[in-house]
Structure formats: structure tokens, C-alpha cells
Design a protein around this ligand. Sequence first.
Ligand code: N01
Length: 499
Amino acid sequence: MNDVKIAIVGAGFSGMGAAIKLQQNGFEDFLILDRGSDFGGTWRDNTYPGAACDVPSHLYSYSFELNPNWSRSFSKQAEIHAYINAVAEKNELHRRTKFGVEVTNAVWNETDNRWIVDITHPETGASQVRAEILIGAIGPLCEPRLPDVTGIADFEGEIFHSARWNHDVDLTGKRVAVIGTGASAIQIIPELAPKIGHMDVYQRTAPWVLPRADREYTGLEHWLFRNVPGVQRLSRTGIYLAHELVSYGLTHRPNVLRPAHAAGKANIRRGISDAVKRDKVTPKFKVGCKRILLSNTYYPALGQDNVDVITDGIDHVTPTGIVTKDGVTREVDAIVVATGFHVTDSPGFEHIVGKDGDSLAQSWAKSGMKAYKGSMIHGFPNLFLMVGPATGLGHTSMVFMIESQLNYLVDFLKTAQRNDITRTEVRAEDEKVYNKSIQKTLSTSVWENGGCASWYKDEFGNITTLWPGFTFNYRKATKNFDIAAYDTTRVTATADAKS
Ligand code: N01
């Protein structure tokens, strides 16, 4: 049994950020556990052709590790992954990280006030880590969701999910089907279109895809970012404020976003000349209801003669092709599955077990995901969930939200240390009131009223993933650890006593 004060599960942006902030604040006794072989989480796993960030890099990076060398406004996956690894190296995170480790279970032990974390490693086998605090940094976009389509398991050609790209397969000249037209697919399709023989794009819902102001930074800009103090921060602030304006429309006044409809439609007209295809890809819901996508190359790719957009719905898959509901069979050599992730039903939730013996999945099965400030959950003492419920965004950088959570995390740890607190559990009533207010704010939002189905909603139809409103309000809400919302247990001279 390995004893640590803090165990961090996940070495992506949020787990690494937590580790760096812990170090900076004198909490050195921690261990990061990750099943992969490298830092980066989703930016390590998503290596599909065209993978890039749809938030400008100067904002989609840590505020405490600015990078003046971003090559372009919207960086590609390899550059983001390299940045993440450079940050990890600079902060010497390898010293406190175990890779190749699968966390199979994490169970709260009420007697010891500790998390018992079961792990397995291909070489060292099964063992346990015992921790006072568990930081769940598993990320909401890490478990690929495969479509529940009859026969898909029996397909005999190449088939892989966008987040598990098989680089050994050469798709040049092949007949390829892409299932899905979300954020990943719209980046993959333009990369494949020029090289494949024929592509069928299976679209269930047409997304809004707006032009992307992507460009390389000039030598002068790089020089300014490196040498003139404040220029990079100014650029970052400008990007941040521009994105925050969108949040007002998304949350309170969807009609403010009307110009985006025009921009989206113009993007379609520019890219596709065929009227039938144009009609097929024109969205039928309000912009912003599903994630707004950015691309200058998606529609031109769909407009190519060797690309068909199929909207008839998949009925089943045969060993050699896909049959749509109208009975048409289309033979293919490979299927790319770009159908997203288990977000509100992540398998990871089944393996975190709280004080009553219920897992997060069981606890949330009755009424959906909820947490206090997206971080702490009633019934799960000393668990701090990164990018938890109601922290997701549709308009700007998740790194901003992560850093807000990190402020809260550090203040929580400092408060506990200062007051000799060994057990911290958010009160059920505070959690309830907090989530009620989130749902009230969401009631005017485009996510609720925009006429679409999206992964932002859970099986009960509740939006449990998104932060509604300006991100600076979340920054304010997480500035200080509000101990009054928590039940705590303190160490006394003789024994632990409930306060
Ligand atoms: O997944 P998605 P994604 N049959 O859920 C369709 C982030 N991200 O991997 O819209 C047929 O968006 C589904 O159809 P519908 C970003 O937060 C960021 O693309 O549900 N189709 C949809 O078209 C994003 O939101 C970047 O009707 C099926 C698609 O599959 C999140 O990751 C880049 C189906 C899934 O789209 C997920 O994006 C990439 C079925 N059975 C991703 N099931 C950045 O740039 C699903 N679909 C930062």
C-alpha cells in the first residue's frame, strides 16, 4: 500500500494543472496516476488527421505557462501535445507520475477518512494507493461512445473511433464511411477527402459550422510575444473578452446570435455548389444549441464529387457495408466512427464509490450529475472532481474553467490544513440550492430552447454539463473556499470530532 496525501487520477490539462498548483503551494505529497504513456489526456489520445483546437491557443493554454511560440492562432494537436509535455517537463511532473496505471476502483473508507485506490499495471500487477484527498481528473471526453448499430461488431473492414485512430491503416484510394458530423468529424473529413476514393458521410444532425479565422503568426508577432512585456497577455485578454460576448447570447438572448446564422449559411454557399447537398447540410436548429463548429474546409470537402452526405439514417451494418433505413446498401472498406464520448455516463463514474457504498454512477442515476461548484459532491468526502458537472463550455477555453477550479482546490487544501480538517463533505442542501440556481439560469439558454438534442443533456433531458453565463462569474464563485457549505471533521488532541 502506497500512502500519499493526494492522489490525482489523470494527467491531462486538469490533472497536470492540479499537480503544478499543488507544488507551487507547498503540497508536495501527491501522486499522479494515468493509464496512458504520456501527459496530455485528450490531446494525447486524439491523433486523428486534422485534430486541432477550435479555441485560439493563446487562450487555450495555462495562464501561468504562456507560450510565445504558438505557430498559428488555432494550433494543431501535435503542437498542443508538445506544449503540454514541455510544461510537464519544466515542472518536473514525471517525478510524481505513474503511467500505464489503470485505476480500477476508488473507494472512500469512512473509518480511516481515506480513499483506497485500486490500481493495476501490466508489469507490477495489482496494488493500492491510500490517499487523504482524491482528485478525479479523468476528463469528460475520454471514453469513446460507439454507435449502437446492429451488425457493427461484425464489420470485416477497418473500423476505428476518432479518438483511437489507427495510423497503420492507409485510407488512400479506399471507400470510407464517416459516421457523425460533430467537432471531430468536421476536422477529419477535409483531411480525408482529397486522398480517399469515395467517402460517405453519415449525418444525423447538420451542425452549424462557421468560418475559422485561422492563420500563422508572423515573425513580428512572435518577436513581440517574446520580447515586449504584456503583448501576449493583451492578446490573450482580447481573445477572452471576444469569446465572453458570445456567452451572453448563448445563455440569455439566443437571438443576439442571429448574425451567426447568416455567417453559417454563407459558409455553406461558399463551400458547396450543389443545391441538394446545401439543403442537406443546412442546420434546422438555433446556432449554439449544439457546439458551434469552426472550419473553412469542411463544406468544400463535402462539396467534392467523391463525397456523399447520407441523411437517411443507418439501419444496420453488414460485414462489407452500411445499409440505411431506405434499404440502400453502400459498400465500404473502412468506417471512421466519430460519434463522440460518454460524457454524462462515463464508465469512470462506476468506479468511484462514496461513503454509502454507492458509486458516482449510482448516485447520479436517479436524477443526473450534480456537484457543488462543479467540484465537490455530497456523499463523496475529500473527492475533488476536475471539469465536473456544470463546468463545460460552448464558447471559450476550458483551461480558464480548470484554472478557476484550481484556485478553489488550493484554497480548500489550505483551509483544511489551517484548521486541521481531515474530512470535508459538501452539504446536500448547499449542493441542491447551487444546482437549482444553475438550472434556473439555463432555462433561458439556447441549449434549452434552441430545438436540438445534444450531449450537453443527460437522459433526463437536463443540461448537467454546462456552465451558464460568463466564465468570470465562475472565477468569482471559486475564488475562495466557502467552508460554510461543508461538513468538516477536525483532528483534536484526543480524537477526531465533527464540527
Ligand atoms: O463528438 P460529438 P465529437 N448514428 O458528440 C453523431 C470536443 N472536441 O467527438 O448530432 C449516427 O460532438 C452525432 O449526431 P447528432 C468538443 O467539446 C473539441 O465530434 O447527435 N450518428 C454527431 O454528429 C466536442 O463537442 C475539439 O445527431 C451518430 C457526432 O456523431 C466534443 O469533443 C475537437 C450516432 C458526435 O459528435 C465531442 O466531439 C474535437 C449514431 N448512432 C472535439 N451517434 C476542439 O477543437 C452519434 N452520432 C477543442
